[in-house]
Design a protein around this ligand. Structure first.
Ligand SMILES: Nc1nc2c(ncn2[C@@H]2O[C@H](COP(=O)(O)OP(=O)(O)O)[C@@H](O)[C@H]2O)c(=O)[nH]1
Ligand SMILES: [Mg+2]
Length: 325
């Protein structure tokens, strides 16, 4: 079996193309407005907490953030760390790279875990205070309150962070900040939310802001794979095609067993047809030539199933940026 897998993989494609690359340039008006509002609020901000997806620590961070935020202490949470298997040397390499780009501190987090409450309280909040006090605060010098700006691309866990902080410190029930699995859920900017009383600490939530210029197709596809772009824009089938290309290039064939296939495939339509029949996502279609009914795979529904499996970690804990570190 292993030999067979290896042999067929040798002929797989060496480069990736997508039919609708234009869709990767998604930068709607609310993101531009959000960027302008962030700039206008900056004078009242003591510390910036950026949230990004740990599966793509290098791809897709907005370079504009770096330019406008360089005067403020900058913490980076690489969240969804539960979805990627990173050893300590990889974590160290990633941290060193990001620090050289102006980030002061990097934490790897899984904000959906209850235990993170403690981590936020005992490590992250104290670090925010420490970093803030170690730098000039300009017009905010001497103030006994902290304003923290939470930024990042869509769907990385910004609202989850704010809600967790709020629960951990104030014990409030309910969601102050709406959490959603679809890119672009938080659109209205700059609601100030109290997350701590002694000293008073406020968090300002922002809508996810993508980089206005995606440098290459693979960066865009990685953002799409991590749900930072809405699936309907790039289209589920294309995102699965990239995932398949990415896994095959690295010889990561867990999907073969997971979907009980005979061998790996380089064709996303073959994979999707297999999944569609397996999961009974088929449509009855009349063949006009023979007048007979045939079962046709529903590729989109199959693609949604594969993406869900990937996003829940069932196909492997992949560091999508493995070629960038
Ligand atoms: N697996 C995993 N999912 C997370 C984590 N943090 C947040 N999420 C999920 O990611 C999605 C987006 O979260 P949200 O806080 O709305 O992101 P925002 O758009 O950056 O505000 C939601 O479905 C969250 O439940 C995490 O650490 N691990
Ligand atoms: Mg949000």
């Amino acid at each position: 079996m292993a030999k067979h897998v290896y042999n067929s993989a040798k002929t797989f494609r060496q480069a990736f193309t997508v039919p609708n690359a234009q869709a990767l340039k998604w930068f709607p008006g609310h993101m531009l407005k959000g960027m302008e509002r962030i700039q206008a609020t900056l004078k009242d901000i003591d510390c910036v907490v950026e949230v990004h997806d740990a599966r793509i620590p290098i791809s897709g961070r907005n370079p504009n953030f770096r330019n406008i935020l360089s005067l403020r202490p900058h913490l980076l949470l690489l969240n969804k760390a539960d979805l990627v298997d990173l050893n300590s040397s990889q974590k160290e390499t990633i941290t060193t790279m990001l620090r050289s780009e102006g980030v002061d501190t990097v934490f790897f987090t899984d904000l959906r875990q209850f235990q993170q409450n403690k981590f936020l309280k005992t490590r992250i909040l104290p670090k925010i205070i420490e970093l803030t006090e170690s730098r000039p605060r300009f017009s905010r010098e001497g103030l006994n309150e902290f304003n923290i700006l939470v930024i990042g691309v869509p769907n990385v866990g910004k609202s989850t962070l704010i809600n967790t902080l709020r629960w951990a410190n104030l014990g409030r029930k309910g969601k102050a900040s709406s959490v959603g699995a679809i890119a672009g859920v938080t659109r209205s900017v700059m609601s100030k939310i109290k997350v701590k009383t002694e000293p008073p600490m406020y968090i300002v939530d922002t809508p996810g802001i993508l980089t206005p210029k995606i440098p290459d197709i693979e960066t865009g596809m990685r953002l799409a794979l991590c749900s930072c772009l809405p699936d309907y824009l790039v289209e589920e089938e294309n995102i699965v095609d990239y995932l398949l290309y990415w896994m095959n290039r690295r010889g990561l064939f867990r999907y073969v067993d997971y979907y009980q296939m005979d061998a790996p495939t380089d064709s996303h339509l073959e994979l999707l047809a297999h999944v569609a029949f397996e999961k009974k996502k088929v449509n009855k279609v009349k063949d006009v030539a023979t007048n007979e009914y045939k079962m046709m795979p529903n590729f989109k529904e199959a693609a949604m199933i594969v993406l869900k499996a990937f996003r829940e970690g069932h196909l492997g804990g992949f560091l999508l940026d493995d070629d960038k570190i």
